[in-house]
Design a protein around this ligand. Sequence first.
Ligand SMILES: Cc1ncc(COP(=O)(O)O)c(C=O)c1O
Length: 472
Amino acid sequence: MTGTLTKPHTEQEFLASWPEYEATRPLDDLRHREYSRLDRLGQVYLDYTGAGLCAASQVREHLSLLESHVFGNPHSHNPTSAPITELIEHCRHAVLAYFHASEDEYLVIFTANASQALKLVGEAYPFGAGSHYLLTFDNHNSVNGIREFARSRQATITYVPLSLPDMRVDEATLEGYLQQLRPGGGSLFAYPAQSNFSGVQHPLNWIPKAKALGWDVLLDAAAFVPTNRLDLAQWHPDFVSISFYKMFGYPTGVGCLLARREALAKLQRPWFAGGTITVASIQGDRYFLAEGASAFEDGTPDFLGIPGVEIGLRHLEAAGLDMVHARCRCLTAWLIHELLSLQHSNGSPLVRLYGPPNSRQRGATVTLNLYDSSGKIIDHLRVEEAATRRRISLRTGCFCNPGGGETALHLSKSELVGCFSQHQPPGSRFTVDDFRQCIDSKGTGAVRVSLGIASNFDDVACFVDFVREFLG
Ligand SMILES: Cc1ncc(COP(=O)(O)O)c(C=O)c1O
C-alpha cells in the first residue's frame, strides 16, 4: 500500500470536506479487483493524462478472444478475415454508441493514436489563401503541427491567447477572432476539450458558436474523455481526436478520428494507400478512393488491437464513468487545496499552481512548480528524480503543450524569438539543453500530476506528503 506516508486523520478531514466521495467507494473495490498490481508493486501512479491504466480483466478478455479464434488480415473475405472484419465493424458501432454519435452524422476512422487522427485532418483540410486556421495557445503539439499544413497553403494562422492565472481563454477575445471569418475559404477552429497542461476544460458551447459563424471545428478530446462524458448528440464538432489508451490503458496502438460525414467530404486526401482505394492503376495512372472511413485508414489497421477497444469501452461503462468523474473531482479539489496551503516558515508559498485553483470546469490534471523559501524555482527535473525514488509516476516538462508552458512560465515572444534566432538557419538543431541555457534563470517546465479510474485517496495524500518534504 502507499499508505505508509498517509495520515489517517487526513482522510477523515478529506471526507468531511468531500462527503460525496463516499458514493464512489465501489471504485476502491474495482482497484482491488482490477488494478491490484499498483499496490502489490508499490507504485503511485499519477500520470493518467500520459496514459490510462488497463484493468486485468480487459487483458484477460482480449487474450481469450485471440486464443479462441484464428484471425487473418481483414482486407479479404477468407474464413480468418471475415470474422475479424466483423469485429472491427462491431467496434466502430460501439465507439459511435459510446459517444452518442448518430451513424447518419458521424463516421469512426481508426488510427494509431490521436496524433494520427489530427494529421489526417491537417493534411487533407482545404486550407488555401483566404482560409484561416484558428487555435488556442493551449493545445497539444499534434494540433499545433497542423499550422504547418495551413502555412504551406497560405492560410492565415491565428493563436488565441490564454489569460492568467486561470489559463482560460477570454470569451470576448475568442468571439472577436471567430467573427473575423472571411467568407469563401474553408476555415478551421481547433481547441482541446480539456487542457493536457492545466486541466482547464474549455467550454463545449464554443462548438455551436463557431459553427454558426461558418467555422469547421476540430475538438481534441484526448485528455477529456478518460474521465468525462462527451455527448455528440448534444455537441456536433466536425472532427474529434482520441487515443484509446488514454481512456482505458489498452490497447496502446489504437485511436480514432470521429468525423461528421459532411465535414469529411470537404477533406482532400493527399495520397492513396493500401486499403483506401477501390481501384488504382499503374498504366492508367488513376486511383479511385473508397467510400467513407476506408478512404482514411491507410494500410492494415491494428486489427488484433481494435476488438480490445470495445472491451475497454465496456469496462469503462461498467466501472461507471460518472463515478470516476465524481471521484477525480473530489480528489483534485482536495489536492489543490492542500498544495496551496503549503508555506515555508517565512510564509512564502511552496507551490505555484498553473490553472484554476478549484475544481470548477477543470479536469483531474494539476500542474505546478515548487519554489524554495527565497522564491527561487526548484528545477522540475529535481522534483521528478525525487518522485522516482518514491515510485511516484508524475510528468515534468511542458507535456507537448508549448503554448501552455510559455503562458504559465511568462516566456515572452521576444525572448523566444531571440533564443531561436541564435540558431539559424531554420532546420538547425536546437536541444532542450540549448533552450534551458537560453531561458537562463526562468523555469522551462513544470510538474504535472493527473488522476484517473484507479486513483484513490492514498495516491493523492502520498503526493502531498512528498511535496511537503520540499519545505525548509
Ligand atoms: C490533449 C492531447 N491531445 C493529443 C495528444 C496526442 O496523443 P497521442 O500521443 O496518443 O497521439 C495528447 C497526448 O498526451 C493529449 O494530451
